[in-house]
Structure formats: structure tokens, C-alpha cells
Design a binder for this molecule. Structure first.
Ligand code: MLT
Length: 312
């Protein structure tokens, strides 16, 4: 019967490679998290995990691809906070992240950092604020498109400081970082998973972290609060999803593999080097991700409405 065949498919799962779509360019923060976690999940599941980078439009192209994907457990998505801001930012999104995706679990929360090209004149965050106000017609801000974490942080910064800057969108902050180091753009706010090696290597100038408290791996960087922008706080959560309708026995296997990956000493060590840590086990569950996504959509909608930023 159909249900027996269905159970057999789930029992067999996985019997071939699994693809995780990263909705940003290779070499950036989402890609880094996905490759680390994916490598460990692959060991548990006994099949290769292929990372597919589908960048563009702040991540919405890649998310849509998975939302329309086959619900068979071989197509997955790793995306961040942007999945909850895009529904408010885009006038006509062609998917609903709550209705069209099956949550697997939260993965990690990543702090952000304000970084600039090496020869950018301001020495600290106070000077940076004064500088962008005085030079608003020539300063450029890099981001990964409307809906990206770097877009959200930039939007909050510009509204806190009261300036409108020229933004330069990329398919991910991997390529944006290359241009920042090359001096083609002035500054950006990007996740520690991408900026830590460049900050430590002295390849970019760093100003502040966006979390409430300092980040252990970058102890010299002050918080925004310490830099005079009281209340400025943003952290970038990540989750894993499958297309809606993926059978529960398959989701259960993926949840177990995710939870194992988040306890993997190699994942924990690499995350720590990059300023982050895995979420606790109760958060690496479908229920926790579902509730978090809904509450984040509700949280960001009025903030985005007030900022008045929309894309088509
Ligand atoms: C990326 O992987 O490129 C980033 O997460 C981009 C961003 O959201 O700022």
C-alpha cells in the first residue's frame, strides 16, 4: 500500500547525497556555518552533503528555490534571520517561510561587527558616526542585498545615526569582503564568522560588535552600547529547513543529525574561533525554530515599516 511504501522510503533515508542550499555566495558567513555543520551531519547520516550556493536578492532566490523543492529530504535550506525580515521588506515575495517550509531546528547565533577598509579615516565608532554624517554623499556601505543580515544591520545603523548612505549590494558578504579589503567599498556590518580572520589578520579596520556584551574571540572590540549607541543590538540566528511536506520520520533523522553536529567538538571549536557557539539542544528542534521564526517575523515587521524600506 501507499503508506507502507512511504514508510520504506523514510526507513531507507538517506540513500544518496543531500543538498543544502545556501542563499548567498560561497566563502561567506552562511556558507561557513553550513559547511561546518553539514560536514558533521554527513558523517551521522552516512551520505555526502553538497552545499549549493544560490545567491541574489538578499537570500530570497535561494529560499524560494527550497520552498518550491521536492519534500523528500534531499533538498534542505540553511538560512538566517533574513528569512524573517524579507516578508516585510519585499512587496511581493513568492513564498511564505512559515507555510512553505518545514522547520528542522535552530543552529547558531552569530554576533556582527562593523568593519571598514584599512585606510578608512575614522579610528573608532564615535569618529565613524561623525565621519559618515559629514561625508554621507561619498561613503559607501556594502551589503548582501535587501533581506541580508548586513542589510538589516546597516538599516538599523543608518536609522540610529540618522543618515542615508549609498549601499552596494553583493550576492553575499564573501565577495563584499573581498572588495572591502581591496578598498572598492568603505564599510559594512558583517557576521564574525566572516570578519574574524580578516580582523585578526589586520586586513580590515574593526569598530564594534553588535551584541550586548563583548565577544570572547575579539575581546578588544567594544560593543555599540560602549561606543555611544545605546540600545543598538542585533544577533544573527540561523536555522535549517526542508520543503513543506517532508515526511516526519525524515525530519526526525535530520533533527538527530543536527543535534549530533552541534555537540561535535570540531564544530564547537571552529564556532568558538569565529565568535559563536551552537544553540542548546532544545532550540535545535522543529518546534523551537517554528516559534522563533513566527516571533521574529512579528518583531521585525513594525521596525521595517517604520524605516520605510521596501524592495520589489
Ligand atoms: C552571507 O552568507 O553572505 C551572509 O549571511 C550575507 C548577509 O546576510 O549579510
Amino acid at each position: 500500500t501507499a503508506s507502507l511504501a512511504f514508510a520504506a522510503v523514510a526507513q531507507d533515508y538517506p540513500n544518496r547525497a543531500i543538498t543544502i542550499t545556501v542563499p548567498f555566495a560561497a566563502g561567506g558567513p552562511t556558507d561557513t556555518v553550513t559547511r561546518l555543520v553539514g560536514q558533521s551531519m554527513s558523517k551521522t547520516l552516512g551520505q555526502p552533503i553538497i552545499v549549493e550556493n544560490v545567491g541574489g536578492a538578499g537570500g530570497t532566490i535561494g529560499v524560494e528555490k527550497v520552498a518550491r523543492g521536492k519534500p523528500d529530504g534531499y533538498t534542505l535550506l540553511l538560512m538566517h534571520i533574513g528569512i524573517s525580515t524579507s516578508p516585510s521588506l519585499y512587496r511581493a515575495l513568492r513564498y511564505d517561510p512559515v507555510k512553505d517550509l518545514e522547520p528542522i531546528g535552530l543552529v547558531t547565533d552569530v554576533p556582527m561587527t562593523f568593519v571598514a577598509k584599512k585606510d578608512f579615516p575614522p579610528k573608532d565608532m564615535k569618529e565613524l558616526i561623525a565621519y559618515v554624517k559629514a561625508n554621507k554623499d561619498k561613503v559607501t556601505y556594502a551589503n548582501a542585498g535587501v533581506g541580508a543580515a548586513s542589510h538589516l544591520c546597516g538599516m538599523l545603523f543608518m536609522s540610529a545615526v540618522g543618515v542615508e548612505l549609498t549601499t552596494v549590494p553583493y550576492k553575499g558578504t564573501g565577495p563584499a569582503m573581498t572588495d572591502l579589503m581591496g578598498g572598492q567599498v568603505d564599510f559594512m556590518c558583517d557576521q564574525t564568522t566572516n570578519t574574524t580572520p580578516q580582523i585578526k589578520g589586520g586586513k580590515v579596520k574593526a569598530y564594534a560588535v553588535t551584541t550586548k556584551t563583548r565577544v570572547a574571540s575579539l575581546p578588544d572590540l567594544p560593543t555599540m552600547q560602549e561606543s555611544g549607541l545605546a540600545g543598538f543590538e542585533v544577533g544573527i540566528w540561523h536555522g535549517i529547513w526542508a520543503p513543506k511536506g517532508t515526511p516526519k520520520p525524515i525530519i526526525d533523522k535530520l533533527v538527530a543529525a543536527l543535534q549530533t553536529a552541534l555537540k561535535d567538538p570540531n564544530v564547537i571549536a571552529k564556532f568558538a574561533e569565529l565568535g559563536t557557539e551552537p544553540v542548546s539542544q532544545p532550540r535545535a528542534t522543529p518546534g523551537a525554530l517554528d516559534a522563533h521564526l513566527k516571533s521574529e517575523i512579528a518583531k521585525w515587521a513594525p521596525i521595517i515599516k517604520k524605516a520605510g524600506i521596501y524592495a520589489d
